[in-house]
Ligand binder design. Structure first.
Ligand code: NAD
Ligand code: GLY
Length: 381
């Protein structure tokens, strides 16, 4: 496929908060023109992290030209999604003189998107922002849907706001510089869209995942478009997660607890935690006799084939959480209502549902069993 492949546009229809997601190649080079065509003379402040900035900031600044007020470059990694960095970012954006009519441009993965999006939600009580996602995870998931926020010692994303971007520009060429481990972590969220609601897509991934990891632009663009279209449809039905949107949290109740326990560090990336959490959601569904025996194994086999972890024992390091620690972290989940936890369970691949009827004793027994299980062999390195 040539660099001039057509740009795909997926609309996120949310009445006055509607916006487009543009997916294609070479889009960063046209960022200034795209923003000019849609937002006139609006000025921009670019937020990025050190790693992404080293690769992609010069092209972004060149394309934006005179409309740039300045840029704010933060340390990379999950620990940047915290109160201290949020405060520092807001102050820097105010130093740059960002006004309500301006655009904050979030150039980076989900960490930068979530943090810059949250800063945009609260700065001057709300400024517009544009997502320019540069990780696979951010292109297929986090840049769309308006969830913004930070982590606290109590858990993941517990402080934040719904604040929709005004535009999302997913330039798949940026993924050429993404390390393979990060590519795999993002792929966990790709698989999620198949597992939660699209069995045919999961089968397609089982057969053709090598294209995505071989940096085949057409395979990547097709996967990004499928995931974004699925997410846009769910967000349009349930913007603030009163119902269906919870399905997007498949694997996250277990995964977020593991991520918090691992200290939001490189030891366990968000997508890796989601991979373990999804495998666990399938295994738990099997213990509840909701799915045919062997379904959970099929899911784990695919995740392991690309090199993703599927068991707690796959997390590097010797220490393991206790059952009570995991249960306490899971109790902070945002889906908890009147103390009752909700789980996204499965009736099959592509058939997820929200369950509020899981017995605490069953979860305790399941986690004890999971913690006793040994590591699983992962195929890719
Ligand atoms: P990330 O932003 O930390 O990016 C991963 C790493 O890859 C970072 O070190 C970054 O510097 C680097 N990187 C990103 N793009 C690169 C590129 N093109 N070239 C080289 N390096 C690059 O993490 P992530 O996996 O993108 O996102 C995870 C975050 O997203 C988590 O905080 C998670 O909670 C959040 N999330 C949010 C939503 C949502 O709806 N808002 C959905 C899913 C996940
Ligand atoms: N990634 C979960 C959501 O956006 O709702």
């Amino acid at each position: 496929m040539s660099k001039s492949m057509p740009v795909q546009t997926v609309a996120v229809p949310l009445a006055e908060r509607s916006y487009d997601v543009l997916i294609g190649r070479g889009l960063i080079g046209k960022l200034g023109a795209t923003i000019g065509a849609r937002f006139g003379a609006a000025r921009c402040a670019v937020v990025s992290d050190e790693t992404v900035a080293a690769h992609h900031l010069p092209a972004v600044l060149e394309s934006l030209g005179d409309r740039v007020r300045g840029s704010v470059i933060l340390p990379p990694g999950e620990s940047t999604k915290c109160f201290a960095q949020l405060g520092a970012l807001c102050d820097r954006l105010l130093d740059l003189g960002v006004e309500r009519g301006d655009l904050v441009v979030a150039l980076g993965g989900g960490v930068i998107g979530d943090l810059a999006g949250f800063a945009s939600a609260i700065l001057r009580r709300g400024v517009r922002f544009v997502q320019v996602p540069t990780s696979l995870l951010a292109q297929v998931d986090s840049s769309v849907g308006g969830k913004t926020g930070i982590n606290t010692a109590h858990g993941k994303n517990l402080v934040g706001a719904f604040h929709q971007p005004h535009l999302v520009i997913a330039d798949i060429d940026t993924l050429a510089t993404l390390p393979q481990r990060q590519m795999r972590a993002g792929y966990a969220e790709v698989v999620k869209y198949g597992l939660l609601g699209d069995a045919a897509f999961f089968e397609q991934l089982e057969q053709g995942w090598q294209g995505i990891f071989g940096n085949d632009p057409s395979a990547i663009a097709a996967a990004v478009e499928t995931c974004v279209a699925a997410k846009a449809a769910i967000v349009a039905r349930d913007e603030t997660e009163q119902g269906d949107r919870m399905l997007l949290n498949l694997g996250h109740t277990f995964g977020h607890a593991l991520e918090a326990w691992a200290g939001y560090s490189d030891r366990l990336l968000h997508g890796e935690a989601v991979a373990i959490g999804m495998a666990q959601a399938f295994r738990f569904s099997e213990t509840q006799s909701l799915i045919a025996t062997g379904t959970a194994e099929r899911v784990s086999r695919h995740l392991a084939a690309v090199g993703l972890p599927t068991h707690i024992a796959d997390i590097p390091g010797a220490d393991r959480p206790g059952v009570d620690t995991l249960l306490a972290l899971m109790a902070q989940d945002k889906k908890v209502r009147q103390g009752q936890m909700s789980f996204i369970l499965l009736r099959g691949i592509g058939a997820s549902f929200i369950s509020r009827e899981v017995l605490p004793a069953d979860i305790r027994k399941f986690l004890s069993h999971e913690l006793a299980a040994g590591p699983r062999h992962r195929s890719a390195s």
